[in-house]
Design a protein around this ligand. Structure first.
Ligand code: 3HC
Length: 695
């Protein structure tokens, strides 16, 4: 039988309201309606003296129902429901567990009492969706936890546990187990406490320094959340608690919330939220397979990448065997890992005990025979086809038959690597981003022969180590680096046309990117992509293609590591445009007859962003990405694309594909370059008035 979203039952003199809306008990219209009706019934029932609100399933309410945003609002509205909770003549106890977030936390704060299981997480993550709390969070939290905590939690959106100092005041009681029975007996104890004090009646907890703290936060967030509306509005709203009554503050908060909700920034961030969830779903899977049990991991190669990958597994409790060719290499690799953990201990991010426990999970070996019990191997060796084929063929002989073998290559053809084994169906790509223990993104590369069980196992494993994964098809550079090479191509061309590196980087930062492309390239080493280009015979045969970078590498300017690349670096590592590099570009432009011109900020932004869109469209057309949202997820999490723009494909959809096509067509007409030829898919979608998200 279909169970209602909210039910009411009586336990002795207590009215028990149970919310049942899997998976996370979001406050959908049905839940709001159900809560309102059952609350009114419980209040009017003479036998009920106090009320408990609990949830079934894995968590208390995790927030408003995000999928309802962007649709016509439906009554009852959450603020109206919460007003009834706050004004209840009978005490209400919220029984908290799991993740009590957003509207769920506002619901809890609107109850008179809160009882929580240890480890319960609370938070107001609305800024992560381009919003501010819209049902009283900015007015309630300063009354319960103080101004500073409210500023910190609301502008960062982070979750904290109920036991943490920042959550002081949230829970009236924290218990280890048996939440419901404790909540009912707690409600019985407080049923006759008078006067009944609702949160809006509490004074705002303020310290002497709180008056200046608002401007400090404004300045801090102007940098940390550059270009974003919601964090600034959150500060305004919290500041209102100092001068306005609860009711007036609430009205202002609602106006800010609606302004944010209607903004393109929030639309983009909500898209990002759902795109990240969808990205982990594997399409084209004829039969849904159960993931294989993966417990023991081996990493081949203890360099920077291999070390970072090892860390991301041990950070989640997996034992890892690190494999190298010599003991010296192993020692160097382990020293690198120890140093990175040491920095985390110094920075207070982990304790010494945690560091030791993580290091203890790492075993080292130079002998492949030690890998016979391993469930999954990630190869992160030197980027050479011969090296990788020889490693895979060795692994194939020593690993147990059901083991999965993955390559972390950034560019090489994994189908060709897989041919060196007798288990091509259990070979795939797991492309981590550097630093692998920090970056959330993982591209999981489906090869020609990869079977579904292998694929879903890798996806499930990615979730267990906290990565945001997307399944992509096999092509040079996969999705991320293939698009990045188009973005970089335009930056390189613009250098020959007369733009300076700092002009290009500043333009892209002004657009919203976390870093400029040429700074990134100098940091990672210009020679890496140079070598990859040399190994790929299929790249455009055009003398201008990455010619600026080629010139630099061929004159020994490899980036920061040689203190010279696109920029020059002084002894403190400060970068500046280098007359030597600029002269190199100018000279080459003259000999290749590239006209010099004044390059505007806008034209830099257009060239780089539209290059991404056109290539993204080709990737979608070829089926290399499963959905346009996957491409966005890759760019948001791997390349510093601003979340409030939603990713390149979402951004294109927002502009409208007709206008996007017309800009790309003009670039094609002006330059005559094949790479600007509009993608067939883009033409088709623009002509039929559709979006990338419709594919
Ligand atoms: N609304 C609608 N659906 C939601 C949701 C929400 N608030 N939160 C999660 N979901 C869905 C997910 O899309 C996913 O659906 P799927 O299975 O179809 O892909 C499913 O619930 C499970 O989510 P996760 O896979 O993320 O489960 P986890 O256990 O890993 O994480 C979570 C659970 C911590 C609750 C995480 O989902 C989360 O952070 N959710 C967002 C919470 C949030 O932002 N709340 C604030 C909303 S805005 C608000 O409340 C405004 C208010 O002030 C008025």
């Amino acid at each position: 039988m279909h169970s209602p979203a909210v039910s009411l039952e009586q336990r002795a003199n207590i009215g028990l309201l149970t919310i049942n809306n899997p998976p996370v008990n979001a406050l959908s219209q049905a839940v709001r309606q159900g809560l309102l009706e059952t609350l009114r019934k419980a209040i009017s029932d003479k036998e009920i003296e106090a009320i408990v609100i609990q949830c079934s399933g894995k968590t208390f309410i995790a927030g408003a129902d995000i999928s309802e945003f962007g649709k016509p609002p439906m009554r009852p509205y959450l603020p109206d429901l919460l007003k009834e909770l706050q004004n209840s003549s009978k005490p209400i106890v919220a029984a908290l567990f799991g993740t009590v977030l957003g509207g769920g936390f506002e619901t809890a704060l609107s109850c008179h009492y809160r009882i929580a299981l240890t480890g319960t997480k609370i938070g107001l993550p609305e800024v992560k969706l381009g919003l501010i709390p819209g049902a009283g969070g900015t007015q309630l939290l300063p009354r319960v936890c103080g101004i500073e905590t409210a500023l910190e939690l609301i502008t960062s959106g982070k979750h904290v546990t109920v036991e943490s100092p920042q959550a002081k005041g949230v829970a009236n009681k924290i218990i280890e187990a048996d939440l419901l029975n404790h909540a009912i007996s707690f409600a019985q104890q407080v049923a006759f406490h008078k006067p009944l004090v609702a949160t809006p009646l509490l004074d705002v907890k303020m310290s002497a320094s709180d008056k200046i703290i608002f401007d400090q936060y404004r300045a801090k967030l102007a940098k940390r959340s550059r270009g974003q509306l919601a964090p600034q509005r959150a500060i305004d709203s919290i500041e209102n608690t100092l001068s306005l009554s609860f009711g007036q503050g609430l009205e202002k908060e609602r106006a800010y919330f609606l302004e944010c909700r209607e903004s393109s920034q929030s639309g983009a961030m909500r898209h990002a939220f759902f795109a990240e969830k969808a990205a982990a779903r594997v399409t084209h899977s004829p039969h849904v397979k159960k993931p294989k049990m993966i417990e023991k991991i081996a990493i081949i190669g203890a360099g920077t990448m291999g070390g970072g990958i090892a860390m991301s597994f041990v950070d989640s409790g997996f034992p890892v065997t690190l494999v190298e060719t010599t003991t010296q290499n192993l020692e160097r690799g382990l020293a690198g890992i120890t140093q990175r953990y040491g920095k985390m201990v110094k920075g207070g991010r982990i304790s010494q005990v945690q560091m030791n426990a993580r290091l203890n999970l790492i075993t080292t070996t130079c002998d492949y025979q030690d890998l016979s019990e391993i469930d999954l191997v990630v190869e992160a060796a030197f980027e050479s086809m011969d090296v990788k084929r020889s490693i895979f063929s060795k692994l194939d002989t020593v690993c147990k038959p059901e083991a999965i073998i993955a390559s972390n290559t950034s560019y090489l053809n994994i189908d060709e690597i897989a041919e060196s084994t007798c288990r091509a169906n259990q070979v795939l790509g797991m492309h981590f981003f550097s630093p692998a223990n920090i970056m959330k993104l993982l591209e999981i590369v489906r090869c020609k022969e990869t079977d579904e069980a292998t694929l879903v196992s890798a996806v499930a494993l990615a979730k267990r180590i906290g990565k945001i994964s997307t399944v992509v098809g096999m092509c040079y550079g996969f999705v991320g680096n293939r698009m990045y090479s188009c973005y970089g191509r335009e930056a390189n061309l613009l250098l020959l046309e007369g733009a300076t590196p700092s002009q290009i980087d500043k333009a892209m930062i002004a657009w919203g990117m976390a870093m400029g492309p040429l700074t990134v390239n100098d940091m990672s080493g210009i020679d890496i992509a140079y070598k990859a280009r040399k190994e790929n015979p299929d790249l455009p045969d055009d003398p201008l293609y990455f010619q600026a970078a080629n010139l630099l590498v061929e004159s020994g300017r490899l980036g920061q590591k040689t203190k010279a690349g696109f920029y020059q670096y002084d002894d403190f590592g400060i970068q500046s445009d280098d007359p030597v590099a600029l002269a190199l570009f100018r000279q080459e432009a003259l000999s290749l007859e590239v006209p010099q011109r004044e390059v505007s900020q806008e034209s830099i932004q257009t060239r780089l962003i539209y290059a991404l869109i056109n290539e993204g469209s080709k990737i979608l057309e070829e089926g290399i990405a499963q959905r346009s949202g996957d491409i966005d997820v890759i760019w948001l999490n791997g390349y510093g694309f601003p979340r409030y723009m939603g990713g390149p494909m979402f951004y294109a959809d927002m502009l409208g594909l007709r206008s996007v096509l017309s800009t790309i067509q003009s670039l094609y007409d002006e330059t005559g370059k094949d790479w600007w030829k509009p993608s067939e898919l883009l033409i088709e979608l623009a002509q039929t008035g559709k979006s990338f998200s419709d594919v």
